[in-house]
Structure formats: structure tokens, C-alpha cells
Design a protein. Structure first.
Lengths: 271, 271
């Protein structure tokens, strides 16, 4: 999917919501366990109930891998089921030497045919470039994450800049706002202005609203650009909103609340 | 596997060789493609031919994931086939927020039952700890990698220390030399002395000897400690030493050359 196509989807749906499919076999309604593939059945119902309210789905690969080959099959069925006009993110946080990153790029952007994959920057340029070489696909590079451990290394400072700022600056030599987005956690909205000064036109994938405590309006105030430029993710707050036969309706209701708030914020900031 | 058990294996076999199972469907002998599971058949023959010469096997997960669920099945069969007295490394370079790293820990250290998994440090403490919580299992944390892109961020310097040194120092608060090893590339042997001053007793997993150009004797000169403290990996140089019906014998021969050199180096440095 191109940047313009993503922007068009955001405008049409009045939403920049990304729904995280962190599907945990121990947290889904127990009556689904009688299905042949409970994980896929859960995802299918979540997708059916929310696909008009979000512009992206983000399966978190860890949850599928924890179930072995069977989990990987559930992931394959899920990505095939997501409508093609919705942006797909393999939240995989990969990154390795060049010939290995090439294999990960093949795994997620070709075999599974995701639109994008999240990549960790620690190993530098040649660990990221193989993903960027695939046409019309995206890298979403970790910059400033939403977790407590982000303090350990991402704020490491050489006197001129912090590590996450260096990652943003350096990576602009590898790709551009047509194939490179960044993960920036909602738990530090005060950092968005600084980040926007480095990557004004790039999309930011923003986890941490909801369960992790970030504020949507604060994120928009500091992080939105003229094209919106944000994909705000919610996982647990939506997919586990209910825990019985009506779980999909509960998920829809939760997604709808966020989408309504997003419609107002888009109106306010993009007028 | 405990640290002492690993040391015992090294002494018995006079080897600190780790064989990387970067098994690529396009590079294995073509006659294997008629097998039901060519990847596993290749690995099986490599393991049979080399298991007395190495102390560790390191499947690189990217190569298996690139084949989808079928690749994941080949990985499951491979890990089950490796003899239990050989240390196993899931070279997966994972790392995510706590509840997600917990799923990755489950995937690799419980479901697949690897002894260890490689982890990327960018997201800090809570992305690493869930792996460390599993008894008798290991994290192998990226410190200084062997690739060119290591220069981009790992040498980022705050005036007192470089990022990879900070990773080494900080991580000592999370685990110890009984559950934490580090990836240090062979392509920078001059850095081993500095690294040993920070983590004198820890095992280092050393890629980059062979195809990537690192020198085994240089690595030992600067990196070996009183227990050996090194697992030196070779992947392509061993597993693709031959490309016909005799590929396993060729792999054995290549591994044997390295093991013989290692026996001499162990004699020299551990006397």
C-alpha cells in the first residue's frame, strides 16, 4: 500500500486506528476452544466486527509463535482474511545481518504478504535495508518505545542527541516517508514535538494508548501532521473488551468509541 | 543446560564450535528437494555428521520463517533431533514489551525447548527479563555485532562509554554469567579485551569467523577466559562446504578442521 492510499483510507473512515491482534489462547472466550483453529476464529470475528472502523491490523507475531507451527498457520489464515484495503503490520521486531534480514523480509513481506514489518535498529543499516528493497512495502523502525525499559538505552546521549534521535536521523539516509515509518510510544507525548522536528512527514505507529496509559488527544496535539501521519494502536483494550459470546460486539463498541474520538481530532487538527 | 555442563562439553570434545543451521532451500543439494521435508533432511544429515565435533547448534529462525508454517515444522523437527547434551541456540534476535517478550520466551524456551535465544537490547530491561525468568535457560544478548551496520549505533558514545559497553554493564543488573551470554562479532577482535574487562566470566557467542572474515586465533587471544568462555559460530563455511550427495561428509571435514584448530587453542590458552 502506498502512503497516499493509506491517507485516503484515513480520510474515508475518519479513523487512524490500528487494531493489535495480540491473540492469546488463554484470554479468548473459552467457548472458542472447541473450534478447529480458535485463534483464527477469534481474529475472524474481530476483523468482521471492526474492519470499517480501523485502517490497520497489527498481528503480534510472538503470540502466534508461542503456539508453534499451528500458530503460524493461524497467522497465515489471519493475514489472508484481512481485506486488502486495510494496512497490515507484522509486529515482529526483527533485524539481523543482511542475508538474514533478507530472509525475514521474504517471510513477512512476500510469503505472508504483509504491507509492513516492525524492525529493531540496533544492528544498523544492513539489517534494515533488505526490508526497504521490496517495492510498495514498509519498514516500521523502533525509535522511542512505550515501555519502561525504553529508558535504559533509547535516551543514551552523546551530548548532541539521544540514541532514538540518532536512529531517526540516520535512518532518513536509508529510506523516506514513502517506505519508512517509526514506532513512537504514546506514553511520552511530550517527545512528539522533538520527533516531528526530525521526521515531519513520516507516519508514526503509536502504541501505548489504553492499557499502557497514553492519551490520544495529547498524542494528536504534538504528533499529528498535515496528512494525519499517525497510526494509533490499541490491542487489549479492543480485542478483550468482552469475554463471552458477544466478544466481537464488545470489541466493535470499544473500537467505535476510539474511532469517534479520532473523527473529532481529525476534524480539529486537519481543518 | 547449566554453565558447568557446557564447560564440561567443551573440555570433553576439545571444541567450542557452534554450527549455524542457516538452512536455505535454494542452497541445499538439489537432490534433497524430492524429500518430504528437505530442510529437516539436510539438517539431520549435518547433525549426524558433526555432532561429535561441536558443542552447540544455532538454527537461524529467519530461514525457517521464510517458508511459513512448513518451515516452522522443519524447525520443530530439527530441535527435537539435536542430542540433548548439545547446547541449542534459537538465533531469533527477539525483544518486545514485557507481555510480548514473555510470549517469545514461551515460544523458544518452552514450546520449542531451546536452551537459549538471542535477544536484541534496544527496548531495555522489561524486554529481556521474561526470558531470564525461565530456569536453566539462557539469554544471549546482542552487544557488538559482526556486521557493517554495527557502526551505526553500537559505537554511539556518551563520552564515558559506547552503547555496546552500556548494554554489557546495564545487563549485569538483570542476570549473571549463569543465564546471560553476549553476541560479540569476530570481525572486531581488538574489542574483546575491553569487553572482557566488563564481563570477564560470561560466555560470548562469536559469529563472523569464516565467511565474514574474522580470525579464530585473534578471537581466542583476546576473548578466551579461564573456562574458555567462547562459543564460536560457523554457518555457511560448514553447512555449504559441499553441494552434492557428499555434502554431509564435506561439512564434517570443514567442522573437523575448525575443531582441530580449537583443540590446539584450548591447549595453548587453558594450560
Amino acid at each position: 500500500m502506498t502512503k497516499q492510499e493509506l491517507i485516503n483510507q484515513i480520510k474515508q473512515k475518519k479513523s487512524f486506528l490500528c487494531i493489535g491482534l495480540d491473540t492469546d489462547i488463554t484470554k479468548i472466550p473459552q467457548y472458542l476452544l472447541k473450534e478447529e483453529d480458535p485463534i483464527f476464529e477469534f481474529n475472524k470475528q474481530i476483523i468482521d466486527a471492526t474492519k470499517d472502523l480501523c485502517v490497520a491490523y497489527k498481528p503480534n507475531t510472538a503470540f502466534y509463535e508461542s503456539l508453534g507451527a499451528k500458530g503460524w498457520e493461524s497467522l497465515e489464515k489471519t493475514i489472508d482474511y484481512i481485506p486488502k484495503d486495510i494496512f497490515t503490520i507484522a509486529d515482529a521486531k526483527r533485524g539481523d545481518i543482511g542475508n538474514t534480514s533478507k530472509m525475514y523480509a521474504k517471510a513477512f513481506l512476500e510469503t505472508l504478504n504483509f504491507d509492513s514489518v516492525t524492525v529493531a535498529p540496533y544492528m544498523g543499516n544492513d539489517s534494515v535495508e533488505p526490508f526497504l528493497e521490496i517495492k510498495d512495502k514498509w519498514v516500521i523502525l523502533l525509535a522511542l518505545t512505550s515501555n519502561k525499559g525504553a529508558d535504559d538505552f533509547q535516551f543514551f546521549d552523546n551530548g548532541n542527541e539521544k540514541l532514538f534521535e540518532r536512529v531517526l536521523k540516520q535512518s532518513k539516509q536509508w529510506g523516506d516517508d514513502e517506505n519508512l515509518m517509526y514506532v513512537v510510544g504514546a506514553t511520552r507525548p511530550e517527545m512528539f514535538a522533538e520527533i516531528r522536528s526530525i521526521v515531519p512527514d513520516s507516519f508514526l505507529l503509536v502504541p501505548g494508548v489504553g492499557a499502557q496509559g497514553g492519551s490520544l488527544s495529547e498524542v494528536c496535539k504534538y504528533g499529528m501532521n498535515k496528512d494525519c501521519g499517525l497510526l494509533v494502536n490499541s490491542s487489549r483494550g479492543i480485542i478483550y473488551a468482552g469475554n463471552d459470546e458477544n466478544f466481537a460486539a464488545a470489541a466493535r463498541n470499544s473500537a467505535l468509541q476510539i474511532q469517534k474520538e479520532m473523527a473529532i481530532l481529525l476534524e480539529e487538527f486537519l481543518k
